[in-house]
Design a protein around this ligand. Structure first.
Ligand SMILES: Nc1ncnc2c1ncn2[C@@H]1O[C@H](COP(=O)(O)OP(=O)(O)OP(=O)(O)O)[C@@H](O)[C@H]1O
Length: 409
């Protein structure tokens, strides 16, 4: 079947085709088509990501500009963006991803799971990629195995920043916390011959030890900044990239839920004017409880919950909370952690959708331990540091990078 008409536009753009040979279409996401390409000047194989959504392109470029040079974040060589055209982002080409690693291990009948050494290696790289984001106050908002790409030489890189937000200016200048998102389209003249921006060969930003530890301290500050232009209404279902808007659910029960949620407020002129973050982001299985309950002033911690789910999956090769709809998602979390209440998270009753639906009391939550049978105490404990209700109690990526678990043989 032919790709959607719009995705052909990359073939008809001389500024791109004069520099890149487009080899093949390698994948599609909710907002993008990705092609393998060859840079004509030196034969380098690249990924050309044609992003069909303006806001998503802006987010991805903003984040990748800031994160350039981070070893565990996908590298952006340059991008092309002209008025009335989709942005095309030129990225390093990464052949596989963590979802494939997990799937292959799970489908190998003789395989009892990934080797501990391999798991630790992936985790450290995941943490390093997420730490790079968080030290720059970038919340990714869609962490899942499929968004951790892997190079031929086994280096894992965080990708797909289409839902990312910058919560404050990098450098943590809180005085500029509002309107902090960079807008590449504002500073790139949108004329025919000035639509290309290169990043290759730029030196990695380096920070002093003093600055490093200051940043670690800052990570403890829970950021609840106002978001001036967040009105994205799309989210993904389950573990796959099939798009489900917030008004579509796999679960009939969610009819009740969705009708009670203020998703309509995300429409043009709604949240944009009010300046809140949307709760309508991420992939359900990895979505933090505060997002499921409609929070609009969450912080970096939503990524930490997702990380916990990814880590559990690396250990067990099975998703931790494979909900079929938002209600089912919450029910699954409750059956493991117990009901969400003030005792579990002081302040949770203020979440916008708290109490809109009453859930049966889970008398005996099974605990994370039961989801990870045959796993060591340290492994369960690592997941528990992330998968906990109170966002303030979730361990940061920086803290976990120092966790003794990663230094034990
Ligand atoms: N740098 C890359 N190198 C190789 N393949 C890539 C690269 N980036 C993305 N892909 C492939 O293209 C597909 C779509 O990309 P991506 O997921 O980033 O688009 P998206 O619309 O932002 O996704 P999503 O639906 O998860 O939000 C991915 O599944 C992946 O297989």
């Amino acid at each position: 079947m032919d790709p959607p008409t719009k995705s052909w536009s990359i073939h008809t753009r001389p500024e791109i085709t004069s520099q890149y040979e487009i080899l093949e279409h390698v994948g599609s996401g909710s907002y993008a088509d990705v092609y393998r390409g060859r840079r004509i000047s030196d034969g380098r194989i690249v990924a050309l990501k044609e992003v069909h959504d303006h806001r998503s392109a802006s987010r991805e470029i903003d984040a990748l500009r800031i994160l350039r040079g981070s070893e565990n974040v996908v590298f952006m060589y340059e991008f092309f963006w002209r008025e009335d055209e989709d942005a095309v982002i030129v990225l390093e080409f990464l052949k596989t991803d963590l979802a494939t690693v997990i799937k292959e291990a799970a489908s190998d009948a003789g395989c009892e799971g990934l080797a501990v050494g391999e798991i630790k290696r992936w985790m450290v790289q995941i943490l390093s990629g997420v730490h790079a984001c968080h030290r720059n106050m970038i919340v990714h908002r869609d962490l899942k195995p499929g968004n951790f790409l892997i190079s031929d030489d086994g280096v894992l890189k965080l990708a797909d920043f289409g839902q990312a937000r910058i919560l404050m200016e990098s450098g943590f200048d809180a005085s500029n916390s509002e309107n902090s998102s960079l807008h590449p389209h504002d500073d790139i003249p949108l004329s025919d011959n000035s639509n290309r921006t290169e990043f290759e060969n730029q030196d990695e930003e380096r920070i002093s030890h003093e600055e490093y530890f200051r940043v670690l301290d800052e990570l403890k500050i829970k950021s609840h900044t106002y978001d001036t232009d967040d009105k994205d209404t799309n989210t993904h279902d389950g573990n796959n990239s099939c798009l489900a808007t917030c008004t579509i659910s796999n679960d009939d029960d969610d009819e009740i839920w969705k009708n009670s949620l203020p998703y309509e407020a995300d429409e043009e002129g709604g949240y944009e004017e009010l300046g809140f973050l949307t709760s309508c982001v991420g992939t359900r299985w990895f979505k933090a409880p505060e997002l499921l309950y409609g929070s609009t002033n969450y912080g970096l911690e939503v990524d930490l919950w997702s990380l916990g789910c990814v880590f559990a999956e690396l250990f067990t090769l099975k998703p931790l909370f494979p909900g079929t709809g938002d209600i089912d998602q919450i029910s699954r979390i409750f059956s493991v952690l117990g009901n969400l209440n003030e005792e579990a998270w002081n302040g949770c009753s203020k979440l916008p959708d708290y109490g809109r639906i009453s859930f049966t009391k889970v008398e005996n939550p099974i605990g994370i331990e039961a989801c990870m049978p045959n796993h060591l105490h340290d492994e369960v404990s690592l997941v528990k540091k992330l998968v906990c209700y109170d966002p303030a109690r979730r361990a940061t990526a920086a803290e976990l990078l120092h966790d003794k678990y990663f230094y034990q043989l």
